[in-house]
Design a protein around this ligand. Sequence first.
Ligand SMILES: [Zn+2]
Length: 406
Amino acid sequence: MDYVLTHATLIDGTGRDPITDAAMWVRGGRIAWVGPVAALPAEARAVSEQDASGRTVIPGLIDAHVHVCWNGRESVLELVKRDRDLIVLEAVKTLRRILASGTTTVRDIGGHDYVEMALRKAINAGFIAGPRMRTSGKVIAMTGGHGYFIAREADGPDEVRKAAREQIKAGADTIKLMATGGAATPGQDVMASQFTVEELAAAVQAAHALGRTTATHCHGTGGIKNSVLAGIDSIEHGTYLDEETADMMVERGTALVLTLGVANPDLTDVPPAAQAEAKRLEGILDKLSQRMRQSVQIAQAKGVFIGAGSDAGGNPLAPHNFSMARELELLVDHGFSPLAALSIVTRNNARILRWENELGTLEPGKLADFVLLSADPLANISNVRAVEAVYQGGVRVWPPAETLLM
Ligand SMILES: [Zn+2]
């Protein structure tokens, strides 16, 4: 498989200006060369050409925070009671939707009974279509902590260490812990810290010793600070980030994974099953989204390393429906340029997933994961919804070839 995509506008994800009338040479599933058509190497002129005039090429989007086992249309509290086989089958559909929206890689950061591990194997084996996956296995929460209904509950450094090792044994790339209360767990205080620094540090040591990363769910400032002190790699949400903690994050290289979509849900299209939950969450999310705006400003001003995730599936108001497009729209709404926002969800997220050697930018040597858009996302970021085709490793995976439907 060897071809050259020509005459497209190409955004490479590095933050550099787009290349107009660009060519991208794909050879053996990887990018061999990128640049203006006029500068195409002689060797590439002999391979088959795919004319992409009028299209914009962007790197495949990466979702750094998603829950593929849950449909984002019903409460996780209810879904856990569902038959496991049904959860698996629905997740297969969800993974295809994620891919069709231009997201070629995800980090599942709170799974169910290791279903997500089996799904990843099925994708890697070519049984089903779906994004490349990093997984965390079960979230780790203190007894009764946030998301206890899907968590491995653990208390004290020794037990937390063991819980982390269990997830790694099951196939986890990253360890996810709940460092504060959360909105999706009824009756919780999002400001309250959960886990001590010592408990979090035990998980960090266990993970780092085996080459894995760590991430914590954090709303309140105390939980963010505890996480940074413990050496956590990425703070998820980071709603009540303050200046002092932002400085600590910069100093220690802690990443912030924004999840703006989940704080700003689309309440115009709430399915009947989610009406009650929407009512309960409305007041809480209103407050969180206002404070989140402040956190984003602080993070930007201080130069915190920023990634982004949809948190789709995490609650019934977070559907798997162009959720990273929505995240991009909200990043722009929160003050990032469309070009910067695209780098956050490609290059930066690849680094957070420790996959930057192969993914995240359209540069020679990287895997050819890219999206063809029929409209320019720099003119209007919502044009990332205009997905015409999605490629993984140079192969078109959306729309699917007919043989894939058999
Ligand atoms: Zn989440």
